[in-house]
Design a protein around this ligand. Structure first.
Ligand code: FES
Length: 298
C-alpha cells in the first residue's frame, strides 16, 4: 500500500504517490520515533536508533524506512541512505531471521574462526552477507566482538556462542533452521529474532539485558590473579583530580569512584541463567559443545 504525501520533500521523488508505510504502521512507528527523538537535543542525532527501529519493522532498512526516517528527522533521503550504507549492522536487503556472524578477526581466525566460517558457508550454501533460501540464516564474517578470551566466537543476533568448533556451529544453525530453542553459551537465556533484536537496539528494552553474569571465568582470570598477588593498577591521581573537579560543583566533594572488580563492579554480579550456573551441563547440549582443549571454562 502506498500513501500520497503530497509534494515531494526531503529528497523523495517528485510527482504522484510514492512508497511509504500505510497509515496504521506510520502512526505506530511515529509514536516510537517520538520517544527516540526525545532522548536527544537534536532530532538528527536520533538517526542510528531510528534505523534500528525500521529494521525491527521490515527486517532491513527498506526504502519505506529511509523515507520514514527522513520525514521524522528533517533529513533528506540521501542523508539517511549515506548513514545506512556506512554501518554493517544496517542491512540494505531483507535479512534472515537470524544473523549468524563468525568472528574471523585475527585471534578468532587462528583459533578456528576461518574454518568455522568455511564449514558454515559450505553447509548452508551461502557466502558472506547472503541468506539461506528458507530465510532463516544470514551468514556473515564479523570483526572482533571483544570476546577474544572465548575464541573462536560466533554471534547469533549479537548473542555469544563461545569456544565454537565447525561441528558445534553447524549444530547451532541446524537447530535454528529447525525452529528449536537455542541458548547462547553466555548472557541471555535464549536467542531472539533479528527484528526483535533490532527493536532492542532502537532503545526499547525486552527485559533481558541483565540475564547472565557480568563477566565469565576466562574474563575474570586476570582479576583473580591480581587479587591473589595483591597487584593493583598504577594510580592516576592527578588525572582523576582534574576530571573530578571539572564535573563536581564547587565546594562539594568528588563522588567516590567504583573500583574495578570491587563490590560496585558488574564483574561480581550473580549468575542468572543455566549457562552461568552450570556451564558444564549446558556444554552437553547440542550446538554448544565446547572445544575440549579449552578446559572447564569452555
Ligand atoms: S578476535 Fe574474535 S572476539 Fe576478538
Amino acid at each position: 500500500m502506498t500513501i500520497d504525501a503530497g509534494p515531494a520533500t526531503n529528497g523523495a521523488p517528485a510527482g504522484g504517490p510514492r512508497p511509504g508505510y500505510d497509515a496504521e504502521t506510520t502512526a505506530r512507528l511515529a509514536a516510537d520515533a517520538a520517544q527516540i527523538v526525545a532522548r536527544y537535543p537534536e532530532s538528527r542525532s536520533a538517526l542510528l536508533p531510528m534505523l534500528h527501529l525500521v529494521q525491527s519493522e521490515d527486517g532491513y532498512v527498506s526504502r519505506d524506512g529511509i523515507l520514514f526516517c527522513a520525514e521524522q528527522l528533517g533529513l533528506t533521503a540521501a542523508e539517511v541512505s549515506a548513514v545506512a550504507t556506512f554501518y554493517t549492522q544496517y542491512k540494505r536487503h531483507p535479512n534472515g531471521t537470524y544473523t549468524v556472524g563468525v568472528c574471523t578477526n585475527t585471534l578468532c581466525a587462528i583459533m578456528g574462526g576461518d574454518a568455522i566460517f568455511d564449514e558454515l558457508s559450505e553447509h548452508l550454501g551461502v557466502g558472506h552477507d547472503e541468506t539461506t533460501e528458507d530465510g532463516a540464516i544470514t551468514l556473515e564474517r564479523v570483526e572482533c566482538n571483544a570476546a577474544c578470551d572465548y575464541a573462536p566466537v560466533m554471534m547469533v543476533n549479537w548473542e555469544f556462542f563461545d569456544n565454537q568448533t565447525p561441528a558445534s556451529a553447524t549444530d547451532v544453525v541446524d537447530r535454528l533452521r529447525a525452529g528449536e530453542p537455542v541458548a547462547p553459551t553466555r548472557g541471555a537465556a535464549s536467542v531472539c529474532t533479528f527484528k526483535q533484536m533490532s527493536r532492542v537496539l532502537a532503545g526499547f528494552p525486552d527485559g533481558r539485558a541483565d540475564e547472565g553474569v557480568g563477566a565469565g571465568e576466562p574474563t575474570l582470570a586476570g582479576l583473580r590473579l591480581a587479587r591473589e598477588h595483591g597487584w593493583t593498577a598504577p594510580t592516576t591521581d592527578q588525572a582523576s583530580t582534574s576530571s573530578d573537579q571539572a564535573s563536581t560543583p564547587a565546594g562539594e566533594p568528588a563522588p567516590e569512584k567504583p573500583v574495578t572488580g570491587g563490590e560496585q563492579s558488574s564483574a561480581d554480579r550473580e549468575a542468572t541463567t543455566d549457562a552461568d550456573v552450570d556451564p558444564g551441563g549446558k556444554a552437553e547440549s547440542p550446538g554448544t559443545k565446547p572445544d575440549p582443549s579449552k578446559g572447564a571454562d569452555a
